[in-house]
Every structure is written in structure tokens, then in C-alpha cells.
Design a protein around this ligand. Structure first.
Ligand code: CO8
Length: 323
């Protein structure tokens, strides 16, 4: 099938069934990131994923489509493009979405022909506008702790391949934390980065207090997290949060070009260098992340969390009680 440019083959599924991710947007049928059998035509209805849930929020193109600068090549060997595909909610990161993302990245990480990954958000308005507030609003500290769904962040942080976030529009809350979990950020001129959780009565819970502080320093991180105010792409570049700022339309291509340069280099050395840099970056991070997660969970016992998230849903200004 000539239109099927990007298939990630997963070899070891239960029942020895070979399945693959279709890459919506890069094939004619535009199916969302569902699992399909190798033999099935792309217009077949989506099948169930390993977890029993339908795969609907993440598209994987491997190899990634080549940018115009790589012509006449049509694809980039060794490079995968992963797209978070929930534009109607500004790519808000529901737990199911994050699980799909982690499954897709683990499959790429286990594929020896994949050398680098670009993660982006669909549409031009958002990389991701944070965790899904409607899903978080009814949670308690116990439900968050017992649900263990934050552990997906540990899986995202454990990917060995170099990962580049291509950020257009907002990267807020969990979206900013996801971009910072990647190894490099290529930002559009219209990108904004922020940790607005304080305005919802909580605080960052997926690495924001730790990774932002390490990236831009204590004083700047304090100002961003305690006010909830965002910064633009050029400020983020000046502060060392992003690798490069490019014109908005060129964002994904620029990230793919960077990924292709890395993919052409010796993979063992690339992975070892990434691991070593993270070691330098993350000394003490694990304990910091655990402390942050617990503090985040505890805030879900407060009235201000309920008020902050209800106010978002009801599109009104919150009133803080301090309880
Ligand atoms: N969660 C759920 N839905 C969202 C989210 C979100 N984070 N962000 C946007 N949406 C939805 C809106 O509700 C709206 O849906 P609908 O049309 O059904 O009302 C749609 O996306 C479009 O959004 P807006 O109409 O609000 O678009 P605007 O252009 O007016 O505003 C903003 C864009 C400024 C980005 C605005 O949407 C906004 O403030 N969003 C929330 C940003 C935020 O507070 N993010 C932090 C969330 S908390 C968090 O991330 C904690 C992380 C903890 C770890 C992660 C665990 C998974």
C-alpha cells in the first residue's frame, strides 16, 4: 500500500499477532492512532489495544515524513514523529492519552531501527494545555495515590531514545512538563510555556517544580510557578528552557531535521551520552519528583482545588478560601 508511509511494527504482541500503528495524517484514510493488523486495509474499524482501550489520541509515523529540505527523500530513516491528537481540548493530557503515549514511546524505544523521536501536538494552538482538568477535578489525594496513574510519567522519563518536543502554541502545566521530559525543545515563535496550576488551587505534579528549576534556575522558576504566568518562546530560549526558536510553520520540520542529524550518529554513543547528561541533570531529581507528587496529591484534599477546577469548568473566576 503506497499510501502507508509510516508503520511501526510491534513484534511481540500476545497471540503472536503482528500489529502496527498507522500514522494518521500520512495515509489516505486518516484513521486515528489505532492498532490495526498488518493485513487489514487502513479503513477497517479500529481494534482494541493491549489494555482493552481504543487507541485514539496518539499518532505515530515511523519513519517520519521528510521535510522539504530533505528532498528527494520522502521519509527520514531512524526518526519517528509522534503526534498528540486531541485538538478539540487543546491536546489536554488525559490519563488514557498519556498511557497511549507511553506505550507508543516504549515500542519505539524497543525498535532498534528507531534512533530519535519528535513529539508534537496536533493543530497550531497547543502542544498540550496541561492535564485534563475535567478528569483531575473530582480526584482526591487517595484516588490519585491509589490509582497509580501518575506512574506513567516515570515511563515517559525512562525512554532511552533522544526525544525532541516540537512546540507550537501553549505548553502549559502537564504540557510544559511533558516538553521538559523531552531532551530538547524546538519552539515556534508563537509558543508559550507556563505552569499555571497555582491558579487551579494546586501546583505542578509531573516534574514542573524540579525540571523547570533545573532548566531556568530557582528565581525564575519561583516567579513562573508562584504566579502561574507564562513566558514566550524567545524568553524561554534566553532562559535556557528551549533549544531553538523557529518560525511557527517550520517547527516540526526543524525538530525533524535535528532528529535526523542525531539519528545519523552512532546510536549506542547517543543513548549513552543522553543517559549521562540526564544523570548530571537529575542528581537528586528522583527524590524531588517523589516529594512533588506527594505534595500535589495532598492538595486534592483542599477546598481550593475543588473551587479552582470547578471555576475553570464553569468559566468563572475562582474564590480562594485557603482551606
Ligand atoms: N483540560 C481540559 N480541557 C481543556 C484544558 C485542560 N487542561 N485546556 C483547554 N481545554 C478545553 C477547554 O475546556 C475548551 O473546551 P470546550 O470548548 O469544550 O469548552 C477547549 O479546550 C478550548 O479551550 P478554551 O476555550 O479555554 O481556549 P482559549 O483559547 O480560550 O484558552 C487556554 C486557551 C488559555 C490554554 C485555556 O484553555 C486554559 O487556560 N487551559 C487550561 C490551562 C491549565 O490550567 N493547564 C494546567 C492544567 S493542571 C495540570 O496540568 C497539572 C499537571 C499535573 C500532572 C499531569 C497529570 C496528567
Amino acid at each position: 500500500m503506497t499510501t502507508l508511509l509510516a508503520l511501526l511494527v510491534l513484534e511481540d504482541f500476545p497471540g503472536n499477532e503482528r500489529r502496527c500503528f498507522p500514522a494518521r495524517g500520512y495515509c489516505r484514510d486518516h484513521i486515528r492512532g489505532t492498532f490495526v493488523t498488518m493485513a487489514a486495509p487502513l479503513r477497517d474499524p479500529p481494534t482494541e489495544s493491549l489494555s482493552g482501550r481504543r487507541q485514539t489520541f496518539v499518532r505515530v509515523a515511523f519513519p517520519a515524513p521528510a521535510p522539504a529540505s530533505a528532498a528527494p527523500a520522502k521519509t527520514l530513516p531512524g526518526v519517528a514523529l509522534v503526534t498528540i491528537d486531541r485538538p478539540e481540548a487543546l491536546n489536554a493530557l488525559s490519563f488514557d492519552l498519556l498511557d497511549e503515549l507511553a506505550v507508543a514511546l516504549a515500542a519505539l524505544d524497543a525498535n532498534s531501527s528507531c534512533r530519535a523521536v519528535v513529539i508534537t501536538g496536533s493543530g497550531s494552538r497547543a502542544f498540550a494545555a496541561g492535564a485534563d482538568i475535567r478528569e483531575l477535578a473530582p480526584q482526591t489525594s487517595d484516588s490519585l495515590r491509589d490509582g497509580r496513574r501518575f506512574e506513567v510519567w516515570d515511563r515517559l522519563g525512562a525512554v532511552g531514545l533522544p526525544m525532541i518536543a516540537a512546540v507550537r502554541g501553549v505548553a502549559l502545566g502537564g504540557g510544559c512538563e511533558l516538553a521538559m521530559t523531552c531532551d530538547m525543545i524546538v519552539a515556534a515563535e508563537d509558543a508559550t510555556f507556563g505552569q499555571p496550576e497555582i491558579r487551579l488551587g494546586v501546583m505542578p505534579g509531573a516534574g514542573g517544580t524540579q525540571r523547570l528549576t533545573r532548566a531556568i534556575g530557582k528565581a525564575r522558576a519561583m516567579a513562573m510557578i508562584l504566579t502561574g504566568e507564562s513566558i514566550g518562546a524567545h524568553a524561554a530560549e534566553t532562559l535556557g528552557l528551549v533549544t531553538r526558536v523557529v518560525p511557527a510553520e517550520a517547527t516540526v520540520d526543524a525538530a525533524l531535521e535535528l532528529a535526523a542529524r542525531i539519528a545519523a550518529l552512532p546510536p549506542l554513543a547517543v543513548k549513552a551520552a543522553k543517559a549521562a547528561i540526564l544523570e548530571a541533570h537529575e542528581q537528586g531529581l528522583r527524590a524531588g519528583l517523589a516529594g512533588e507528587r506527594e505534595a500535589f496529591f495532598r492538595l486534592f484534599d483542599s477546598e481550593d482545588q475543588a473551587e479552582g477546577m470547578a471555576a475553570f469548568t464553569e468559566k468563572r473566576t475562582p474564590t480562594w478560601s485557603g482551606r
